[in-house]
Ligand binder design. Structure first.
Ligand code: ATP
Length: 534
């Protein structure tokens, strides 16, 4: 488990439970870890102790003789105190756990409490607390003291300031100073600490993965791994092994034990992208893993404890998916404890100039070309364009524009056909277009005949002219399939749903094919797993 060593062994912890035996057990466990511990049996006793001194963490049972652990949590929040709260809830009372997280608890534990998990959760809460205090001090050092609001009343800007170094970098990668983007960043900085699952909602290409990365980078888990999984790109029969791991020999071809995403993300963040595409059977297994914090690799008799923070995302309306019976209500409830809505680009057009500049810098750097700028004419053309594909579509347009740049001039190719909206007269060649000519080449190679683009532009020209049979049918077909997919993707601004619809495929099929053929979308967003940093 993460942060198995407590950041400060002299941290002060308050334990609240009305059962004397359990209270003693918790106290002894924490004393053995080297913490200073005090205990209370009721809400009022606990509050007395809290009034007398500051603690680093409060671990409280939910049901107490004179009230609920939740009351204590709310009082702590209301008084803007900095203690991290962990609430212990009865087994099966998922609602309490979710309510506690929503109310600001750092984490929850399910009774009967597993002591190993107990120690890990407390260590994690204290680690977050230390990070918080350090950042608060840093923030205080960088702004006049008189302007520093008390903890808990931080304004959005201050919250953003408090992100750690890596957090600041990750937040800065989310380009945009519009009110909508500032709110997104402030929310990330505010909710990153803690273990509450976060659901990132927004249209395709709005930057949901960047948001998830920023949550990770701003959290106390930023030293741990960030594992991104595209739930829609994994064939259904492999889902369980991919998520939970598999023991050697448990299925055909499994020649060694292998970890799943949950094990790989231990101590860090597991980002479940396109969660709405997870089949129902897998949804139940995921729910169990999240609730019980254990997973069982295929073919294993042992369960692995996992310590991951879950961040999920989808462009779908999950509530509507629940209503249609395609998404489990209980899983939705579990994942959506904290929601971060990401605005569509059309709702923050004022960010366009900054976005274009940042994207052009990145594209130029990556392609080794000198940085080019958009003219004001091109910028206003962009502003008038619907950009349904959001930042990803903008990025594609700029990619093409850079490829087509003639000196300092940037041409915008809005439909990917080579028909340019331009502010100059330069002749153009459509470079990143999926080349129908590559199909021509393939055909020519296979058939030994020449070919020109005009003879293969018509759809029927996709039918291979088979003078000579291909010597490797599979790679021949793969090559053609790849060209067709790339063309469809390019023409739909890399909107996979639209591209799939044009080809009569489901989104799942499209994703699978993209992954199988190794087609990289501009920034590899279709990779099923990546190490995190772009
Ligand atoms: N605010 C932003 N600033 C800079 N780049 C951005 C921003 N938002 C998105 N991008 C870029 O746009 C592309 C798409 O972003 P991302 O993959 O995070 O979107 P998404 O919402 O997760 O898409 P999908 O729903 O299709 O998975 C990426 O290359 C990302 O770097």
């Amino acid at each position: 488990m993460t942060q198995a060593t407590a950041p400060s062994q002299s941290a002060r912890i308050l334990v609240v439970d009305d059962e004397p035996d359990l209270r003693t057990l918790y106290e002894l466990t924490l004393l053995r870890e080297g913490y200073r511990v005090e205990a209370a049996g009721t809400v009022s006793e606990a509050w007395e102790l809290l009034r007398a001194r500051q603690f680093d963490a409060v671990i409280t049972d939910m049901r107490l003789p004179d009230g609920l652990g939740m009351d204590l949590l709310q009082r702590i929040q209301l008084a803007q105190r900095s203690e991290r709260c962990v609430v212990m809830t009865a087994y099966g009372s998922a609602e309490n756990a979710v309510e506690a997280l929503k109310a600001g608890a750092f984490d929850y534990l399910t009774k009967p409490v597993d002591l190993k998990q107990f120690r890990a959760v407390v260590a994690s809460a204290l680690h977050a607390q230390t990070a918080h205090v350090t950042n608060r001090d840093n923030a205080a050092a960088s702004v006049p003291l008189a302007n520093t609001p008390p903890v808990g009343t931080l304004d959005a800007a201050a919250e953003t300031r408090m992100a750690t170094g890596t957090g600041e970098v990750a937040l800065a990668r989310l380009v945009g100073q519009s009110e909508a983007m500032r709110q997104v960043k402030a929310r990330i900085a505010k909710v990153a600490r803690g273990m509450a699952p976060i659901h990132v909602r927004g249209e395709s290409g709005t930057g949901k993965e960047l948001v998830a990365q920023a949550v990770h980078a701003c959290s106390q888990r930023s030293d741990g791994p960030f594992i991104a999984v595209n739930c829609g790109a994994i064939p259904e029969n492999l889902l369980e092994a991919e998520f939970f791991g598999a023991r050697k020999g448990s299925y055909t071809g499994s020649s060694a034990d292998r970890d799943g995403y949950f094990q790989a993300a231990r101590g860090g963040t597991l980002f479940l992208d396109e969660i709405g595409d997870l089949p129902l059977a897998m949804q139940s297994k995921l729910l169990r893993a999240i609730q019980e914090r254990i997973v069982r690799p295929i073919g294993s008799t042992q369960e692995d404890a996992v310590d991951v923070r879950i961040v999920s995302a989808t462009h779908k309306d999950l509530q509507a998916e629940v209503a249609a019976g395609r998404f489990r209500q209980d899983l939705f409830y579990r994942l959506n404890v904290i929601e971060i809505p990401v605005p569509a680009l059309r709702d923050r057009r004022e960010d366009l100039p900054a976005l274009c500049a940042a994207l052009l810098d990145r594209i130029s750097r990556e392609s080794g070309l000198p940085t080019v700028r958009l003219s004001t004419t091109a910028l206003s053309q962009l502003a008038a364009h619907p950009l349904h594909g959001n930042v990803r579509e903008l990025e594609n347009l700029l990619h093409r524009a850079v490829a087509l740049a003639d000196g300092d001039e940037l041409h915008l190719d809005f439909d990917g056909t080579g028909e340019m909206a331009r502010h100059g007269d330069a002749a153009t060649t459509d470079i990143p277009e999926p080349s129908m000519s590559s199909i021509a080449e393939a055909s020519a190679t296979e058939t030994g005949t020449g070919s020109d683009a005009s003879t293969i532009a018509a759809p029927e020209a996709f039918a291979p002219r088979l003078g000579v049979l291909p010597s490797d049918l599979q790679s021949y077909l793969d090559r053609h399939e790849r060209d067709i997919l790339v063309k469809a993707l390019n023409e739909s601004g890399f909107n996979r749903t639209a591209a799939a619809a044009r080809l009569g495929l489901s989104l799942r099929q499209m994703r699978y094919r993209i992954a199988r053929l190794g087609i990289s979308t501009p920034h590899g967003d279709d990779g099923t797993v990546n190490g995190g940093d772009e």
